[in-house]
Ligand binder design. Structure first.
Ligand SMILES: [Zn+2]
Ligand SMILES: [Zn+2]
Length: 115
């Protein structure tokens, strides 16, 4: 049973910048791709925020880690679940490491990042 996405629909454009030309990104990839699909851990991103220089698949993990953390919070809220519950489903947690670059970001700040 597939759950609805935790993020806005394709019509809303890129989740970060609103660009209407979007690609579907699986927030927890590779071995967890199917789980991401099932749990709605997918988000629409423009090409730049997906595959670009500072996009989620670039060497710069800032946006990637921020999304992994943001998605975990959304999932826990929707499922009324704990961090442990999340770990059982996704085999990791992204909340505990305060040193992750994601910590430095809030959504509004992405507008200032020169992607
Ligand atoms: Zn974008
Ligand atoms: Zn992707």
């Amino acid at each position: 049973m597939r759950k609805p996405s935790l993020y806005p629909d394709r019509d809303e454009g890129c989740f970060i910048c609103g660009n209407p030309y979007v690609e579907l990104h699986h927030i927890y990839p590779s071995s967890r791709r199917a789980i991401s699909d099932r749990e709605g851990a997918t988000v629409f991103l423009c090409h730049e925020h997906h595959q670009g220089r500072r996009g989620v698949h670039s060497g710069d993990r800032t946006l990637d880690m921020w999304l992994k953390r943001d998605c975990q919070k959304r999932w826990m809220e929707r499922e009324k679940a704990t961090e442990d519950d999340f770990r059982k489903v996704f085999y990791a947690s992204y909340l505990e490491d305060e040193d992750q670059p994601a910590k430095r970001f809030s959504p509004g700040e992405f507008g200032e990042v020169p992607f």
